[in-house]
Design a protein around this ligand. Structure first.
Ligand code: B12
Ligand code: SF4
Length: 487
């Protein structure tokens, strides 16, 4: 059985500048399949790393001649490119079994299979075991009904099989399968975070989240359960990536970093591995987790932690409450201060465009951001991703004005608020960036900073013209709106 995993050509999320991420989800699925299935011949085609366009993709599919083509979107904004990949596979050979999965397709399995006839199977939820069993049974269509966790079409009808229970112990998963992309692994990078030449890998410390934020798809996708690898296993995986692939920048994806003494224990295990000082790592964290673990921060720095993304989301307590975020604006202040005191780069994410947001409340948020003064800020627009609670509410109430999934990137406004049109929300986003990065004091402070990371980020914000890209986005929308009105 020949299985081709395809990471489709994707747009970069331009607010993060120049980066090329490893397609971790499919690398992980491929590693599991390799271990579990004796008769599978596996290839990964990463179109972004290999500069493969749609025509070349077709040729690559033709030359490998797979029985199964599997593609992943990561986020809703990439849904169409994942579908187009499967359509390309069918064009090459209609007998290829086409499969996709992940958060977006899990939440939209019925409508995706109804609309896109070149998508044969959707793997819902956790993919490893389901996909391996699917490949094992792929040549016998009648047995698809036995594979738990899939949705598929058979004789024009759509079936949703029973869900598959989650893997109990994440350490049963193989180490990340970067050997399957060994010719590409040196290309993965995140320029703003670690420079152009530090090979970048993702590793997973945990799956799922025990919180229930209304704008997030993560906790529902993993059935509101949090499972983690041990601190030792996480440090072993980091060292494994450094030793075998020269990885110098490691993104640890771990949504509940702060549980118990985990931050301290992870740092201790990494220190024991004695990796060189230029191997650094990054993690996303909740403000309360940082505060609870403040004593561990010096050790975390010592272990190579240089950058933390804090989900602050908003400065208005009632908005935070409506998001079910369970933090206060004061938590954000404390967490940013603690990171700064420990020399760890503080990156904050804010969300604008919730239903009650007004021009005034967004102006207040801008002021809060300026006073908070983290090292790096990303403002995003509240997005009704299929699978999050906001989507359910917005769809029911008819608030969604744009169903083009490629716009679901938290940069395009999808919904109006009670007082702001969608266009105005878009303009407010631009205004947020302009207010934070347009400040001359902050610009000079950034460019002249003694902290190399801070300097690099400010150069990146200026060099990539991120503010002008955002501006052109809302001007394009305004233009489209005027044209529509004229017609
Ligand atoms: C690292 C990361 C990034 C990196 C890039 C990673 C990459 N490889 O491209 C960066 C920073 C660039 C990024 C950007 C964005 N991201 Co992001 N990102 C993540 C993060 C933290 C980890 C992704 C990961 O590797 N997970 C681990 C793997 C194993 O999980 P997985 O991909 O879901 O795959 C498993 C299953 O879902 C399933 N599966 C998935 N695909 C397939 C396909 C097949 C064929 C099969 C069988 C199974 C299957 O099997 C896998 C194994 O069990 C997730 C949150 C998280 N913890 O997952 C957010 C997340 C995916 N990102 C998200 C978002 C919104 C974005 C952005 C739009 C904006 C933003 N705010 O970050 C941009 C989009 C960029 C773009 N154009 O692609 C959302 C997606 C929500 C949604 N439904 O759209 C998430 C879930 C964060 C969140 N909490 O909301 N992201
Ligand atoms: S935003 Fe973070 S804390 Fe909230 S549910 Fe999602 S992963 Fe958990």
């Amino acid at each position: 059985m020949k299985v081709l995993f395809v990471e489709p050509p994707k747009d970069v999320w331009f607010v993060m500048g120049d980066y090329l991420p490893p397609p971790y989800g499919i690398i992980q699925l491929a590693a599991y399949l390799e271990r579990e299935t004796k008769n599978a011949e596996i290839e990964i085609l990463d179109c972004n790393a290999e500069h493969v366009d749609w025509r070349d993709m077709e040729k690559r599919i033709e030359s490998f001649s797979p029985d199964v083509v599997a593609s992943s979107s990561l986020a809703t904004c990439n849904a169409y490119v994942a579908i187009r990949t499967l359509e390309t596979a069918k064009k090459v050979n209609p007998d290829i079994l086409t499969v996709t999965g992940g958060q977006h397709f899990t939440a939209t399995a019925q409508e995706t299979l109804e609309q896109y006839h070149d998508v044969d199977v959707i793997v819902r939820g956790e993919g490893e075991q389901t996909f391996a069993e699917l490949v094992d049974k792929a040549d016998k269509e009648s047995t698809l009904s036995e594979v738990r966790g899939i949705s598929f079409r058979h004789e024009g009808k759509i079936f949703h099989n029973q869900p598959r229970p989650l893997i109990e112990n994440l350490e049963d998963l193989p180490y990340p399968g970067y050997h399957l992309v060994k010719d590409l692994v040196h290309k993965y990078h995140f320029a703003a975070m670690s420079g152009r030449n530090a090979p970048y890998v993702l590793i997973e410390g945990a799956r799922g989240c025990s919180h229930t934020c209304t704008f997030c798809t993560q906790w529902r996708h993993w059935q509101a359960r949090w499972r983690s690898k041990s601190p030792k296993r996480i440090a072993d995986e980091m060292n494994f990536c450094y030793t075998n692939f020269g990885s110098k920048f490691i993104w640890l994806t771990d949504d509940n970093l702060g549980a118990g003494t985990r931050p301290n224990d992870i740092a201790e295990e990494i220190i024991k591995q004695k990796m060189p000082d230029d191997v650094t790592w990054f993690v996303q964290a909740r403000c309360d987790d940082i505060i609870r673990n403040k004593e561990a921060l010096p050790k975390m720095y010592k272990s190579g932690l240089r950058w933390v993304l804090l989900g602050v989301e908003n400065s208005d307590p009632s908005t935070l409450e409506s998001f079910k975020k369970e933090i206060t604006p004061q938590d954000a202040e404390t967490a940013v201060k603690l990171l700064k005191e420990n020399g760890i780069f503080s990156h904050v994410m804010f969300i604008i465009g919730s239903r009650k947001d007004t021009a005034k409340s967004i102006a207040n948020l801008r002021q809060f951001a300026n006073e908070l003064d983290p090292d790096f800020v990303i403002f995003a627009i509240l997005t009704p991703f299929p699978g999050n609670q906001i989507y359910d509410e917005a769809k029911k109430n008819g608030w969604i004005e744009d169903f083009n999934w490629s716009h679901y990137d938290m940069v395009h406004a999808i919904m109006p608020t009670e007082t702001l049109s969608r266009q105005e929300v878009q303009e407010e986003l631009y205004e947020c960036y302009r207010s934070f990065y347009g400040s001359w004091k902050r610009r000079f402070g950034g460019f002249l900073s003694t902290n190399a990371l801070r300097r690099r980020v400010f150069l990146h914000m200026a060099g990539k013209g991120i503010i002008s890209q955002l501006k052109s986005l809302f001007q394009a929308q305004r233009h489209a709106k005027t044209r529509k009105a004229e017609l």
